[in-house]
Design a protein around this ligand. Structure first.
Ligand code: ARG
Length: 564
């Protein structure tokens, strides 16, 4: 049983609460001299009708389990000093036994979680704005699978809207043969930009656009054929990026997939008297919720983004029976999600509470590049990734000229740097991405964590096999013990990351662990010929760190090279 659990079990009866409440409150004191665990007693003062310091007195007076060497009062806190060697032995055993599965917990019990992420738009470049959705979504996908859920990755393609009528019109006017296939999204963007420029001079172009859109809506074979070419070309292009990132989607059902699934939704809204007419349109009134109405049908009968999202939610519930359905989408769409989640709730579905908008902030480039789609200036993610890989190559040529698979490693480092760059902060923060910062081997970066992982591998390789009993006292010192603690708290970090849908908690834990291990590496001679038992214990710790770092990088969708 983990020590924290033993402490919680011992203390719970004194405070007349269940052990979980203690577990949730147990802290690690900032200064190890104050103890290994601390329980703040303030939260219990009201119920116990007692001053926190007096409660702490009761707590330390309780019969303690063998793992606690001493318990002391410090103000309103009860501080616990544990048997470090026993603790280290227990943690190392746990990591050893569970290996690559260390930290995994069956929280999901096989239930499905839909994760709507990346969700690109057809005929538009995969720009850096999609990076966060893609990186966060992928990390959550891995994390949910690791924690016993069945993740369903959905790329809710933006493949519906009047803009596609304009695009087809532009192609009719200026496109040629296979220039969509050869020119790809760049060419599509060119056509689109040209259409807008020309339509400013000649209004009638817009009519042509509308006619083409009507043809798509009616399923006219020529229009559909052309549209399919735009769609397939966009997807083929974006696949290269997904391959680079190691991402696979379980479904590409996008907006157009719901064309024939919206009538039922509209009918149900009508039957439930939720649909009201407003300025010609049909809307669900949300004034009681202090929100603008959710528009379901425009005055011309056309459906909207929200209508499709509602139909998609029904489809997903029916198809996957999800325990949760996450939408990893920028915070600009906050209102949209709040509105239509509310509509589903008003329809009487209790699973509306399982829909969650996992919002995130904006990414820009720190070099001041502006992002504007309208003018056709976009920073393409593909370019960002390739620039990072090239820069990683240059660094590696210098640092490890003899590395055999240098190109492969440079790719893992470059891609990792970019992905980690957007995963390192709480989602909601806006970030200015800088290559220099992301690729630094010293900062709070993927290369730093990867490098530490490779360092562990190299220590273990140099040590070879060592057959000795473990002297756990070697893991109790000032430099080793913090590393042990970070190995121990890894499973809890994963639980918090999952509960909050925050991959940055994983990223931060990895950086802290790497920092603690590197301090240990510099301050303590790991391979000590004089003392095999201590060496063996330090190697065990090194192996545990390698395990956690490689699992963690994997969860974030980042490679963990053996050598760098
Ligand atoms: N394609 C949209 C965009 O780029 C994101 C779609 C998000 N998913 C959803 N179900 N609404 O803004």
């Amino acid at each position: 049983m983990p020590f924290r659990q033993e402490i919680a079990n011992a203390v719970a009866p004194v405070l007349q609460v269940d052990a979980q409440q203690i577990l949730d409150r147990l802290e690690t004191p900032p200064d190890p001299a104050m103890g290994d665990y601390a329980l703040p007693c303030f939260p219990f003062a009201k119920n116990m009708r007692k001053a926190p310091a007096l409660i702490a007195q009761d707590v330390v007076g309780a019969p303690m389990p063998a793992c606690v060497k001493e318990a002391r009062v410090a103000g309103g806190y009860a501080n616990f000093f544990i048997d470090k060697a026993q603790y280290a032995a227990q943690v190392m055993r746990r990591v050893d036994e569970q290996g690559a599965q260390y930290g995994a917990q069956n929280l999901g019990q096989g239930r499905a979680v839909c994760i709507d992420y990346s969700s690109i738009n057809i005929a538009k470049p995969f720009h850096i704005g999609h990076l966060s959705s893609t990186a966060i979504g992928h990390a959550l996908y891995n994390l949910y699978n690791f924690m016993g859920y069945k993740s369903i990755g959905i790329n809710h393609l933006g493949d519906w809207g009047t803009q596609f009528g304009k695009l087809l019109a532009a192609y009719e006017l200026w496109g040629e043969g296979t220039d969509i296939e050869t020119g790809g999204v760049n060419r599509m963007l060119e056509l689109y930009v040209k259409f807008h420029a020309e339509a400013e001079k000649d209004e009638s172009l817009n009519d042509l656009g509308r006619q083409w859109f009507k043809r798509i809506e009616d399923g006219d074979p020529v229009a559909m054929d052309l549209f399919t070419r735009f769609k397939e070309t966009t997807i083929r292009e974006v696949m290269k990026i997904y391959d680079l990132l190691g991402i696979h989607f379980d479904s590409y059902a996008g907006e157009s997939f719901y064309n024939d699934k919206m009538d039922a939704v509209v009918q149900e809204l009508r039957d439930k008297h939720l649909l009201v007419k407003s300025e010609g349109a049909y809307v669900v009134d949300l004034s009681e919720e202090n929100m603008p109405p959710c528009i379901i049908l425009k005055s011309d009968g056309a459906t909207l983004y929200a209508t499709r999202d509602i139909a998609a939610a029904f489809y997903r519930k029916k198809t996957y029976d999800f325990a949760k359905c996450l939408y990893v989408v920028a915070y600009q769409q906050n209102l949209h999600f709040r509105q239509w989640f509310k509509v589903v709730e008003k329809m009487g579905y209790d699973w509306a509470k399982d829909l969650e908008h996992v919002a995130f902030g904006m990414v820009s480039l720190a070099d001041g590049t502006t992002l504007s789609t309208r003018k056709g200036h976009v920073v393409k993610l593909e370019d960002v990734l390739h620039t990072a890989i090239e820069k990683a190559k240059t660094i590696m040529e210098e640092k490890s000229p003899h590395l055999e698979n240098r190109d492969e490693v440079a790719q893992q480092v470059g891609v990792g740097a970019v992905v980690f760059g957007v995963l390192y902060n709480a989602r909601i923060k806006d970030i200015a991405f800088s290559y220099e910062r992301a690729l630094s081997f010293e900062g709070e970066t993927a290369p730093y964590v990867q490098y530490t992982h490779a360092r562990c591998t190299s220590v273990l390789r140099k040590a070879g096999t060592l057959d000795a009993a473990l002297d756990m006292q070697a893991l109790c010192g000032e430099f080793a013990f913090p590393v042990v603690r970070l190995c121990e708290s890894w499973p809890q970090t994963l639980v918090s990351a999952l509960e909050k849908n925050e991959p940055y908690l994983v990223a931060r834990h990895l950086v802290e662990l790497a920092q603690a291990y590197n301090r240990f590496y510099y301050e303590v001679r790991i391979l000590d010929e004089e003392n095999a038992a201590q060496t063996a214990a330090r190697l065990t710790l090194t192996r545990a760190v390698k395990t956690v770092l490689s699992t963690g990088l994997g969860l974030l969708g980042i490679g963990a090279p053996e050598r760098m």
